[in-house]
Ligand binder design. Structure first.
Ligand code: GTP
Ligand code: MG
Length: 357
């Protein structure tokens, strides 16, 4: 009897053991496999992040570094009026924000003259006067561009390598497209195969046609073909890329001259806009680039990229005074939506710390 009971108990214990093994111990590999599945999910997230996600950076946020630089130094500056020492301090602040020597001198002179003439000597009054002088400098940077809806509007990006020409084209294509306008890209930077590929990637991402030839082809001919094709297809906007580097500067400049000449032959008013792209982070170098490029092909406007992440936002004032050109757009990041038309009051507010939105 005892042995039968023992056998029954043993049988029961064995069954429980099997059940335990099945539901608990055997579950472990499942848990492991779901851990193993984690990298798979992560990969899936990576794939979806390849899609260009609009991430709008505000003017105010993008100018944080320039603002911190300026406002920290200006804090309490005019508490003692506008004596010699204050003028020297202000001069140092403006120079360190990359406003440039000439423009800084002009700002100081104007501030002293106007403060005297208008009887302004309080701290708040002087700060308001400085803001208004800076805002006046930016008057030429505003512009309204008329686009003829019956013909392609041709925009050419020029500028030295790495400033953000191709990225700006991608961002503009995204904006025009979001606005319901048809866009065509022209791979005019034929100097490097990678440049053509970069533009094609933007074209694929946005589902926009790209006119290109092999690297080494004649850039003017690519742009000519693109404009002719856009005209034939009733496209609204042509965005033309150009090389930022060639064997030497003379070649680069003569290529740009040739592009201007050849497009002129199409008699469609192209290029309607020649946008000189400048990297705000390069400070005073941007000024010498603007001088150099203006000799080859007259820019109709500027694009100032990488204003995010630089404390050199003051370069805008030097550019506005010397070149008298509209700042058509500013780049505030690397995403397709991180491009905005330049707005001088939003810029001044962002520099001095008043969020306008
Ligand atoms: N943070 C930031 N990065 C930018 C901005 N615009 C462009 N970039 C980055 O700057 C780098 C160079 O940009 P490109 O568009 O390739 O410059 P490019 O002028 O076409 O250069 P080349 O083709 O070599 O002449 C890229 O890594 C861009 O993502 C901007 O507004 N902000
Ligand atoms: Mg490029």
């Amino acid at each position: 009897m005892i042995s039968v009971n023992v056998l029954l108990w043993l049988g029961l214990a064995a069954s429980l053991g099997v059940l335990l093994w099945f539901f608990v111990i055997r579950k472990k590999p499942d848990a492991t496999s779901s851990d193993e599945a984690a990298p798979y999910d992560a990969t899936a997230t990576d794939v979806s992040s390849e899609v260009v996600e609009p991430s709008s950076v505000s003017f105010f946020d993008a100018l944080t570094r320039s603002r911190t630089q300026l406002t920290q130094s200006l804090r309490g500056l005019f508490s003692g009026g506008l004596d010699e020492e204050v003028r020297e301090d202000l001069e140092a602040v403006l120079l360190s924000a990359d406003v440039g020597v000439e423009t800084t001198d002009w700002i100081l002179e104007t501030l002293v003259t106007r403060a005297k003439a208008e009887g302004v000597d309080s701290q708040d009054g002087l700060m308001a006067l400085l803001k208004s002088i800076l805002s006046d400098i930016l008057e030429p940077t505003e512009s309204v561009v008329e686009m003829d809806p019956s013909a392609p509007h041709v925009m050419l990006m020029i500028g030295v390598n790495g400033v953000g020409k191709t990225t700006t084209i991608g961002k503009l294509a995204y904006q025009f497209q979001s606005n319901g306008q048809s866009v065509l890209l022209a791979a005019g930077d034929t100097f490097r195969a990678a440049a053509v590929e970069q533009l094609k990637t933007w074209g694929e991402r946005l589902n926009v046609p790209v006119i290109s030839q092999d690297s080494g082809a004649d850039s003017a001919s690519v742009l000519y073909d693109a404009c002719a094709s856009a005209k034939a297809r009733g496209i609204s906007v042509v965005l033309g890329d150009t090389a930022g580097r060639l064997q030497n500067k003379t070649n680069l400049m003569s290529e740009l001259e040739k592009i201007g000449r050849v497009l002129g032959k199409l008699e469609m008013g192209a290029p309607h806009e020649v946008l000189l792209v400048l990297d705000a982070g390069t400070g005073q170098n941007a000024i010498s680039q603007a001088r150099e490029f203006s000799k080859a092909i007259k820019p109709t406007g500027l694009v100032l990229t990488k204003l995010d992440g630089t404390a050199k936002g003051g370069i805008v004032f030097a550019l506005a005074r010397e070149f008298n050109l509209p700042i058509r757009y500013v780049g505030l990041g690397e995403q397709s939506s991180d491009l905005q038309p330049f707005d001088r009051s939003a810029f001044i507010d962002a520099l001095f710390g008043n969020p306008s939105e």
